[in-house]
Write a protein that binds this ligand. Structure first.
Ligand code: GDP
Length: 524
């Protein structure tokens, strides 16, 4: 029987948040507890600063820098923690979606004053789809914010998940006194400090000790609140958390390092160790002895002199060993990796081995594309890497007739990297690039020129949505494709995509063709 200790002690997760909610501050405090950094302020935000669109080169540079902070790993108590970073800029939301395919759980940071914001809502959709367990951290309790009960209602409604508070704030803003840790039944009193871990006072809330600590009025209010919580919310149940049905909620202030260790302590205990991963052929269990993994993210090196990329591989099972022969399933080739890396705060180190749950960086110059599988020989294909219907569309045209080939190659490779999505209109053969934001178009144009020596031109195409269509009724599908022949395209996998030019057209199509399924993600 294999020793599973290494796997069971791993916690691989992502922190997701709307920009400015406090993701960077929270990450930093977690690293502080992991002993990875000694002082606060050491972690660079990978947030892309607000820049004019003309400044997208700066943006790519900032993105390039974030390679080193893409994965941060550290030990805490007996656990090995892998935090996967996600870009804050909404134009790179697809990057984040993909990262979510490589994690076993998620911590969502919500600004206590702003509540649930757009980006949070979208990312939660992905978590719901994948049944990823989530813990919610309500941040900035040192600021005046919403009433905590109202917040819980909002979380439940907007994120469409049951919630269960595991800590409870005592006042907020300037009057913020601390949190009562429901999970450990301890009172944590607040002392503003960026470095220090506050002393925990174990208080039985039913005794006068509580009144002594926070005064009678607040003590009575807290008892009332806790009673209400116990009355309204079902008892916390780890199983329903693990099933993605219920999200425990913590309150605190990341900036002041308050409530963070409570979160971390509970997280390591309840969050899942690496979970089984579904491949097309079968379910792969982390404790299987043989190595398997898939590429979920590729980050280009921004240095134009050497176009090297890092491919990020999530290990699904077994142990990865440096220089061992592994099968690149799509290419049918054996590969050895002499300098796989792991990431620690700002450092990157070559590693000799890594286990299921870990993320390793593999140097790549065009051999990988997103979704590629590595194994010890078995023909496995991991799925669960969805593409989402893009929100912006443009025709991409060649601006230099002498460089047709370079352009085609550049587009191909950038799409492999998952920079954007390509659809080919079956009616006129024109290529359409779909993105989630304007920025991506500029990044593509820049990279095509700098890395492939190809120039492109964008032309407007007025589209509302691209959706994948399929049907159990081949005749109806044919009829649909015939009727909409000007609006039919193929994605890179050769699947049928309907390009709807308005919401109305899409609605009509859905009504007229009842046996056709219109999918807004490619995973179905
Ligand atoms: P991100 O965009 O989610 O990574 O957010 P950051 O961690 O960069 O935080 C955004 C802003 O909110 C920064 O100015 C932080 O100093 C501030 N901030 C983060 N956490 C707190 C907190 O607990 N209280 C207060 N008052 N400000 C915070």
């Amino acid at each position: 029987m294999a020793d599973n200790t290494e796997i069971l002690r791993r916690r691989t997760f992502a922190i997701i948040a709307h920009p400015d909610a406090g993701k960077t501050s929270l990450t930093e405090k977690l690293l502080l507890f992991g002993g990875q950094i000694q002082v606060a302020g050491a972690v660079k935000s990978n947030k892309i600063k607000k820049t004019a669109t003309s400044d997208w080169m700066e943006i790519e540079k900032q993105r390039g820098i974030s390679v080193t902070t893409s994965v941060m790993e550290f030990d805490y108590r007996d656990y090995k923690i892998n935090i996967l970073d996600t870009p804050g800029h909404q134009d790179f939301a697809e990057d984040t979606y993909r990262t979510l395919t490589a994690v076993d759980s998620v911590i969502i940071v919500v600004d206590g004053a702003k509540g649930v914001e757009t980006q949070t809502r979208k990312l939660m959709e992905v978590c719901r789809m994948r049944k990823t367990p989530v813990i919610i951290f309500v941040n900035k309790m040192d600021r005046e914010g919403k009433d905590p009960f109202d917040l819980l209602d909002e979380l439940e409604e907007e994120l469409m998940i049951q919630v269960r508070p595991l800590s409870w704030p005592i006042e907020q803003g300037p009057r913020f006194k601390g949190v009562y840790n429901i999970y450990e039944q301890k009172l944590d009193l607040y002392q503003p400090s960026k470095q220090m871990v506050t002393e925990k006072v174990a208080v039985d809330i039913h005794t006068e000790e509580l009144d002594k600590q926070i005064g009678k009025t607040l003590a009575d209010k807290l008892r009332g609140d806790l009673e209400l919580i116990e009355g309204v919310y079902p008892e916390f149940d780890v199983e329903s958390y693990l099933a993605g049905d219920c999200a425990p909620v913590f309150f605190g202030s990341a900036l002041n390092n308050f409530g963070v260790q409570e979160l971390l302590n509970c997280f390591v205990e309840i969050a899942p160790s690496p979970r089984p991963v579904q491949a097309e052929e079968r379910e792969v269990k982390p404790e299987e002895p043989k190595f398997t993994g898939f590429i979920f993210k590729i980050t280009a090196n921004i240095d134009p002199n050497h176009r090297s990329c890092v491919a990020f591989c999530k290990i699904c099972s077994g142990k990865f060993v440096r220089n061992a022969p592994y099968q690149h399933v799509r290419h049918g080739k054996t590969m050895r990796f002499s300098s796989p890396t792991q990431f620690m705060a700002q450092r990157k180190t070559t590693i000799d081995e890594a286990y299921a749950g870990d993320i390793i960086g593999l140097p790549d110059n065009g051999t990988f594309k997103i979704g590629d599988t590595l194994t010890e020989g078995e023909m496995l294909h991991f799925r669960g890497l969805p593409s989402f219907s893009p929100e912006m569309f443009k025709y991409i045209e060649n601006a230099d007739p002498m460089k047709q080939k370079q352009l085609a190659k550049g587009i191909d490779q950038l799409m492999d990297e998952g920079v954007a999505q390509l659809f080919v209109n079956q009616f006129n053969g024109r290529k359409i690039i779909g993105t989630v934001g304007q920025l991506q178009f500029e990044v593509i144009q820049y990279r095509l020129l700098n890395e492939y020596n190809a120039s492109c031109r964008w032309e407007p195409v007025s589209l509302y949505k691209a959706c994948w269509v399929e049907s159990d009724d081949p005749a109806e599908l044919e009829a649909f494709k015939k009727r909409k022949y000007q609006y039919m395209a193929k994605d890179r996998e050769g699947r049928d995509v309907f390009l709807a030019d308005s919401g109305y057209v899409l609605q009509m199509a859905q009504m007229d063709f009842k046996h056709i399924k219109f999918h807004f993600t490619s995973e179905f």
